[in-house]
Design a protein around this ligand. Structure first.
Ligand code: PEP
Ligand code: MN
Length: 336
């Protein structure tokens, strides 16, 4: 971290300021020029509050040289991480596809979708049991019963299951869930992230719809710093001025996150657009952008879906998407 001081600062105040950093175990690189004095801080500056430093009367500006995250930082983990679950994996040359309905609606529905997405090449079954809905009057999910149905579908197909945790109070119900999804709305539920950091289970962390890439990585940092290194990131669209789509898919987040972090990053083209016809082109774009997987909503009859029908593709449409995804994965040297 670099701290630029105001012109002609009071030397006694500078001495006190610098001593505080020494007390914290940081090494100081002090450079006094004719007009500018610069303090370089060497060591672990992650816990320093930049705004507080800036508020000091002798400080002109503060700049971070390294990112404020360590465990999620590629600088400290040169190799791509790979998260293995069942027969599927994300990252380091592996492309994982998660597919299934937005919400688990019935035993028949989830079994039918599970069989179809498995046949098409998906390695994971998704399905919301607890649904975070904007309206309290909208379908809230089948809850514990929904998780039971997912586990039945897992028994029938062998597909590991991915489902969303919306309250840490429900964690007991997630013992047999293979991948716990943290949804966009909970990306900054820091207490939940801390608790998930204590588990040894893969966490699918979705980007909040108004969160920056750095904020997403800082949320991942909460889980990683707790000791759980199994984090899969997910770009699912962010809110912009554009209203033609539900969200705007930030495709540039994929290659950018791959530079910043070793963690796998997958794309959700369903929530990113809200329009089923756009899922295929954006799924293809995701593969080519370097993503490590996809999460796609599939419903046997989207017009009858209790949640997110407009963005759900049919099993037949999913077959067609997977055919293209497979070809593109070959081109990108990624194994499905
Ligand atoms: C979902 O996956 O069904 C969901 C609610 O996603 P998000 O948190 O990205 O909105
Ligand atoms: Mn959904």
């Amino acid at each position: 971290m670099i701290i630029i001081l105001k012109r002609n600062p009071d030397q006694s105040k500078v001495d006190i300021f610098v001593e505080e950093f020494r007390q914290k175990g940081l090494d100081i690189n002090y450079s006094k020029g004719e007009t500018t004095t610069i303090i370089g801080l060497i060591g672990d500056t992650l816990s320093l509050d930049m705004d507080l430093l800036r508020a000091n009367e002798i400080v002109e500006d503060v700049k971070r040289i390294t990112e404020p995250f360590k465990f999620a930082n590629r600088k400290f983990h040169a190799e791509d991480a790979q998260i293995l679950v069942g027969e599927g994996a994300f990252g380091a040359g592996k492309f994982g596809v998660i597919a299934g309905p937005c919400s688990v609606e019935s035993y028949e529905q989830i079994i039918e979708v599970a069989k179809r997405v498995k046949a098409a090449g998906a390695k994971f079954l998704r399905g919301g049991a607890f649904k975070p809905r904007t309206s309290p009057y909208a379908f809230q999910g089948l809850k514990a019963e929904g998780i039971e149905m997912l586990l039945e579908a897992k028994k029938v197909t062998g597909l590991p299951i991915v489902t969303e945790l919306i309250s840490i109070n429900h964690l007991d119900l997630f013992d047999e869930v293979d991948v716990i999804q943290v949804g966009a709305r909970n990306m900054q539920n820091f207490e939940m992230l801390r608790q998930l950091g204590k588990l040894n289970k893969p966490i699918l962390l979705k980007r909040g719809n108004a969160s920056s890439i750095e904020e997403l990585l800082m949320s991942a940092e909460y889980i990683l710093a707790g000791g759980n290194s199994n984090v899969i990131l997910c770009e699912r669209g962010i809110r912009t001025f554009e209203t033609a789509t539900r969200n705007t898919l930030d495709i540039s987040a994929v290659p950018l996150i791959k530079r910043l972090s070793h963690l796998p990053i997958i794309v959700d083209p369903s929530h990113a657009t809200g329009i089923s016809a756009l899922v295929k082109p954006l799924a293809k774009a995701s593969v080519v952008s370097g993503a490590d997987g996809l999460i796609i909503e599939v419903h046997p009859m989207p017009s009858q879906a209790l949640c997110d029908g407009a963005q759900s593709v049919t099993p037949n449409e999913f077959d067609a998407i997977m055919a293209d995804v497979k070809l593109l994965c070959q081109m990108e040297n990624k194994a499905l």
